[in-house]
Design a binder for this molecule. Structure first.
Ligand SMILES: [Zn+2]
Length: 285
């Protein structure tokens, strides 16, 4: 067998942008474990802060001649406000990380309720981080009027701020990501030679071994350059690779099966066309 030649690749401008990995492909390859752990830790800190704010609100007001009891080095009312602010910051920060993770690894929108809950876990956390505090403060017989009024207003405002900034106004779904991925894959580049009739998926296709200069373009450009169809060897190899990629979720098995049968159908059709072409060529000669 002849030695394989080094290729000089001429990449078209359209192919340059297409050959860089697509957004969806990059997202799928990325891990969101760190982001999810980060948001859960921040939400736990928020709940601890809420708990401390509740504790501060339960410290009875000192009698006239008594010195005020300090809570963690602060006057109880100051401590209450400080912990509510920490609570607010942690809920929002946790929700931002959570939303970021959802926009990298989105949930499926097949079940509308779980999709909403998963995307808006931050909104639920905002409620959990302030409602118990508000209820306990309002029902607290020991708390004075000022603490009750100001504490409730601060907590309600904080809950609204946390809720609105935790809500995902532009949710992204797994289905949307798959669509984008398909589009990205469809615009992937192909290789061809000046003299060849076909285009190739793989730069290292055996039929390109003897070619010095390769053009790397989009499929559309290859067709415009007169490359009529995809190389048979590349097609077989691509199908084999697709078949070897395991279906991700069993639920998706059905659609994968449909896709596979579609691919086989297309392959059979294109092979039939090739045979027809070859017969015609032979007849011409
Ligand atoms: Zn090929």
């Amino acid at each position: 067998m002849a030695e394989k030649k080094e290729h000089k690749i001429i990449t078209s401008d359209a192919a340059k942008t297409a050959s860089s990995k697509g957004v969806a492909a990059q997202q799928i390859a990325q891990s969101t474990v760190g982001l999810r752990i980060g948001s859960v830790v921040l939400w736990i800190v928020a709940l601890v802060a809420e708990f401390l704010a509740i504790k501060a609100s339960f410290i009875p007001a000192p009698a006239e001649d008594e010195e005020a009891t300090l809570f963690m080095g602060m006057a109880p009312f100051t401590a209450l406000i400080v912990f509510l602010v920490i609570d607010l910051i942690c809920v929002i920060a946790g929700s931002l990380l959570w939303k970021k993770a959802n926009h990298i690894h989105p949930a499926s929108e097949k079940n509308a309720l779980t999709f909403w809950l998963w995307n808006n876990l931050g909104v639920i956390m905002a409620a959990v981080a302030f409602i118990p505090f508000i209820i306990l403060l309002l029902t607290n017989k020991n708390a004075d009027q000022k603490t009750k009024t100001v504490g409730t207003i601060v907590a309600v405002v904080a809950m609204l701020i946390a809720g609105f900034s935790s809500y995902d106004y532009n949710p992204y779904s797994a289905e949307e990501q798959q669509e984008i991925l398909k589009m990205e894959e469809a615009t992937s580049t192909v290789f061809w030679t000046e003299g060849g009739k076909v285009f190739h998926i793989y730069e290292d296709c055996q039929h390109l071994n003897q070619s010095e200069e390769l053009h790397q373009t989009t499929t559309q450009e290859a067709e415009q350059a007169g490359k009529e169809r995809l190389c048979k060897t590349c097609l077989k190899r691509h199908e084999k690779e697709v078949a070897e990629t395991p279906a991700e979720v069993s639920e998706e098995g059905q659609s994968a099966l449909e896709e596979a049968s579609e691919t086989v159908k297309n392959a059979v059709e294109s092979t039939a066309e090739e045979v027809k072409d070859e017969v015609e060529e032979a007849v011409e000669e």
